[in-house]
Every structure is written in structure tokens, then in C-alpha cells.
Design a protein around this ligand. Structure first.
Ligand code: SF4
Length: 69
């Protein structure tokens, strides 16, 4: 799957990090990003993380996380 995070929507509240700490973290500008631990070289995220990713996407109060594939 691929994960998109809309920088115009993300307000850095770290809800995604709390719900899925292996998948999301905040950068030094308090913007969410996908961790290097789960990001494959081609920019995708292995399907084994889907349940956590979907939990975070549904929990994001700004609906800033898009999951495709
Ligand atoms: S939960 Fe949403 S708004 Fe909050 S840091 Fe994560 S992507 Fe950004």
C-alpha cells in the first residue's frame, strides 16, 4: 500500500503516532511522516502494517492520511 499525508491538513497532534507508533512519527517540524522502519525502497509500506495504518487514518482528526493500494 501507499500512504499519503497531506501537509496542508496535518496539524502535528501526533494521534497517528500514538495509534501506530511503528508506522508514523513526527518530524522536526511537527509534521507526520512514515517511519524508515516500515518504508520500502520503492516508497510503499508492506501489507502487514495495514491494520495499524487504517486505525491511524481513521483516527486522524484532520483526515490527513490517505491510504491507497
Ligand atoms: S493524526 Fe493526522 S493531524 Fe495528527 S499528526 Fe497524524 S497525520 Fe497529522
Amino acid at each position: 500500500m501507499r500512504i499519503g499525508i497531506d501537509p496542508g491538513m496535518c496539524e502535528g497532534n501526533a494521534v497517528c503516532e500514538a495509534l501506530a507508533p511503528t508506522v508514523f512519527e513526527l518530524d522536526d517540524r511537527d509534521q507526520a511522516r512514515v517511519t524508515d522502519d516500515v518504508l520500502a525502497p520503492d516508497g510503499s509500506v508492506p501489507d502487514e502494517h495495514r491494520a495499524l495504518v487504517e486505525r491511524a487514518a481513521e483516527g486522524c482528526p484532520r483526515l490527513a492520511i490517505q491510504v491507497t493500494g
